[in-house]
Design a protein around this ligand. Structure first.
Ligand code: FES
Length: 106
């Protein structure tokens, strides 16, 4: 399996949201209270730009309607009730001092 290197491990500041482009796809590295996670940039509710959101504990708040998504599971209680999917969360791996994602995840 091949991996895509993202950034050096430990580089993200606390509560930072960093835009990452992988082969034309916009994803976000987000440093919530449980550490860095990689998620989709676009909110699954109605297309809000989560890169302009904010970190609240271990969740990201969408700037459009203020829904909160868990950064480990992608879940949003409002989302489950209304029938739209969770925010996609990708598995991050630390390898040779870098945060990486398996290319098969993308
Ligand atoms: S578009 Fe993100 S909460 Fe509605």
């Amino acid at each position: 399996m091949s991996q895509h290197r993202l950034i050096p491990a430990g580089e993200l500041a606390k509560s930072e949201i960093r835009l990452i482009d992988i082969d034309g796809r916009s994803l976000l590295l987000v440093n919530g209270e449980s550490g860095p996670t990689l998620v989709d940039r676009i909110c699954p509710h109605a297309g809000g730009d989560l890169s302009k959101g904010s970190v609240v504990g271990n969740r990201i708040r969408c700037p459009t309607h203020s829904y909160l998504f868990n950064l480990e599971t992608g879940s949003c209680p409002l989302g489950r009730r209304e029938g739209w999917g969770p925010l996609r969360v990708y598995d991050l791996i630390e390898s040779d001092g870098y945060l990486c994602v398996e290319t098969t995840e993308l």
